[in-house]
Design a protein around this ligand. Sequence first.
Ligand code: SF4
Ligand code: SF4
Length: 225
Amino acid sequence: MTGDKDDQSKTSCNRCGSCCKQGGPALHTRDLDLVLSGKLHFEDLITVRRGELALQPLTDLPQPVIKEFIKLKGQGNDWCCRFYDHQASACTIYAQRPVACGLLDCTRPDELLAIAGRDLLSRFDLLAADDSLLPLVKLHEEHCPCPQLSKLADRLVADKEDTLEQLTRRVNLDLAVRSKAAREFVLSVDRELFYFGRPLFQLMQPLGFTVTETMQGLVLHYSPT
Ligand code: SF4
Ligand code: SF4
């Protein structure tokens, strides 16, 4: 989330909503009860996996994710927090908002920065031991980890053909696991984003990757701008 840092005249939060529009917060261990008590559902959450690039609180620069975390989802293709009501310019879960939202004041960022990246919840803190999808989530994490996106450009310079081949295999395996989950566990797309994070090919698109569909699956291409 990024505050409205350009407005130098601001001395306290004026509820402009810019931070909510930049994206929902990461969940911390103190937010666990919001999920366990059913105030937040898996449909409301998205997993950001290790290796992805993500904005850190109050910055505009995507950084490599070194440990997976969960955050509140956006609205459709927009990162704006799904609980932000544009018409009312208000949070629809204000009384039950995650801890990071309660600390967020872009005019006094110290409290939020003190918890940024610490005590974050992951999928494995939220999934019950008997969740029928847990074995598939573990298998997916083992065989389809998110590559270090910040290092892909260097890998491609070193060996473009081999890197593209490996990534194409992983992208297709990622999709195959998601299809299996949808087919065998009737997993909705909304819940898929919690269980498996965003599809790898989608994460790679902003980096200059495109895909074509073939009978054998997706083929990745790389042409940075
Ligand atoms: S903390 Fe307040 S003033 Fe700053 S961006 Fe968020 S809503 Fe706007
Ligand atoms: S939960 Fe509420 S306060 Fe927090 S980012 Fe979403 S809309 Fe803003």
